[in-house]
Ligand binder design. Structure first.
Ligand SMILES: C[S@@+](CC[C@H](N)C(=O)[O-])C[C@H]1O[C@@H](n2cnc3c(N)ncnc32)[C@H](O)[C@@H]1O
Length: 252
């Protein structure tokens, strides 16, 4: 693992604009829902495991997962939080149906599933100890990324933890194949292109921002953790971002 300090940068100029409005991407995900797990197992299984480690669920918490997809991560979170309350929110009807099925099979009772939009979360301010969101920011229009993250911050409790996973910009030549295809109109993954969440979190005043980079089957993922500052924290400074880059796997 190589450690480095990432400069805060002009993220807008570094990421591609989404090609389609998010409604089109959500509708595509409804169609993809029955087969999405095949893709996820090939490209996202390692990042999902790492997200769970970093989430450090403590049983009894209020947890929100935004954009549950098929519900695989929601089940893992709820399973570790059986005396707490876990809520999943998702916009695609096809994905909601998959999540519902998975929750029934897992027989988890402490979970609530809501149809709703990440940009307008139907929850009070300061509600959740932990917020998890995977591979959704990379589908949004560029200007909706800070809007979504500001909304996450609003519903998180002071000192609450955030764990994001996103498709990100490839750090090696061969990891850039997906963005290369995207820039040429080969939109295999419904708007999904490399994004950078850490500088946006810094702009929004999150604390303790850490970013890890990993790849699976050449697919580049960033996992970004941060904390919502508490009023008792020392006066906010511009948050430094610490960065870890994991060596690519034999297939990455
Ligand atoms: C690539 S899938 C990832 C699903 C899941 N988080 C995972 O990691 O497997 C992206 C999901 O984000 C959902 N999504 C996109 N925009 C959304 C929004 N504004 N609000 C809620 N869900 C959204 C899509 O419907 C889709 O299920």
């Amino acid at each position: 693992m190589a450690h480095q300090s990432a400069p805060e940068s002009d993220w807008r100029s570094q990421i591609l604009e989404a090609r389609k409005p998010v409604e089109a991407a959500v509708s595509r995900y409804s169609t993809l829902a029955p087969v999405y797990e095949l893709w996820a197992r090939v490209t996202e299984s390692r990042p999902r495991r790492r997200v769970l480690e970093l989430a450090e669920v403590r049983d009894g918490e209020a947890i929100l997962e935004v954009a549950t997809g098929t519900g695989a991560q929601l089940v893992s979170l709820a399973d570790r939080n059986q005396s707490g309350h876990t809520i999943g929110i998702e916009l695609s009807d096809g994905m909601l149906a998959q999540t519902r099925k998975r929750l029934q099979t897992a027989e988890l009772t402490s979970v609530e599933l809501v149809r709703g939009d990440a940009l307008r979360l139907p929850f009070d301010d300061d509600s959740f100890n932990l917020l998890v969101n995977g591979y959704m920011l990379d589908l949004l229009m560029r200007e909706d990324i800070p809007r979504a993250l500001a909304e996450f911050k609003r519903v998180m409790r002071p000192s609450g933890r955030l764990v994001l996973s996103n498709m990100t910009k490839g750090e090696r030549h061969r990891h850039r194949v997906w963005d290369w295809l995207y820039a040429r109109g080969l939109n295999l993954t419904a708007n999904c292109r490399g994004v950078l969440a850490a500088p946006v979190l810094a702009e929004l005043g999150f604390a303790e921002i850490r970013r890890e980079y990993m790849t699976q089957m050449l697919f580049p993922t960033e996992i970004v953790t941060a904390r919502k500052p508490a009023p008792t924290d020392a006066a906010p400074t511009r948050s430094p971002i610490s960065e870890t880059s994991q060596r690519a796997s034999p297939h990455g």
